[in-house]
Each structure stands twice: as structure tokens, then as C-alpha cells.
Ligand binder design. Structure first.
Ligand SMILES: [Zn+2]
Length: 77
């Protein structure tokens, strides 16, 4: 499941318990810290699409108001 945080950015959350803490130390494997449920590749792909859509929206509308935030977004990819 995907939440939108107060700043409008998407956040990936566990389908089982809704928490947003995940163990990503295993690389591709992503499991919930709370209940240990694995996050499906489908959910991760959906989350990436949401992030990209959000970034594209910000890039189109925000201009150069926040150069630091834009730089960190690029670094995360
Ligand atoms: Zn969970």
C-alpha cells in the first residue's frame, strides 16, 4: 500500500499492518519490520512509479525554489 506524506511525497507501507518501516538490507528483498511480511515486487514497482510521478510533478511546478531538495532527490536514485 502507498501513503502520501504531508509534503505530498509517496511512502511505501506494509500491506499487512500498514507500517512504513522496512528492512532493505537484503537488497531486492524488502520485509516489514513490524510483522515480517515481504513486500511484493509489484508493490515496490508501484511505489517507484509514484515516486517518479511525484518528482516529475515537482520538477515541472517547483522551478528552482529548492535546489537542495532537488539535488537530494537525484542522489537517491
Ligand atoms: Zn507489516
Amino acid at each position: 500500500m502507498i501513503f502520501t506524506n504531508p509534503s505530498g511525497a509517496p511512502e511505501l507501507a506494509c500491506d499487512e499492518c500498514g507500517c512504513r518501516w522496512f528492512d532493505r538490507l537484503g537488497g531486492d528483498r524488502c520485509t516489514c519490520y513490524e510483522c515480517g511480511a515481504p513486500v511484493s515486487g509489484e508493490a515496490q514497482a508501484e511505489f517507484r512509479r509514484a515516486v517518479q510521478a511525484h518528482a516529475a510533478k515537482r520538477g515541472a511546478g517547483a522551478g528552482r525554489a529548492q535546489p537542495d531538495a532537488a539535488a537530494s532527490d537525484r542522489g537517491a536514485g
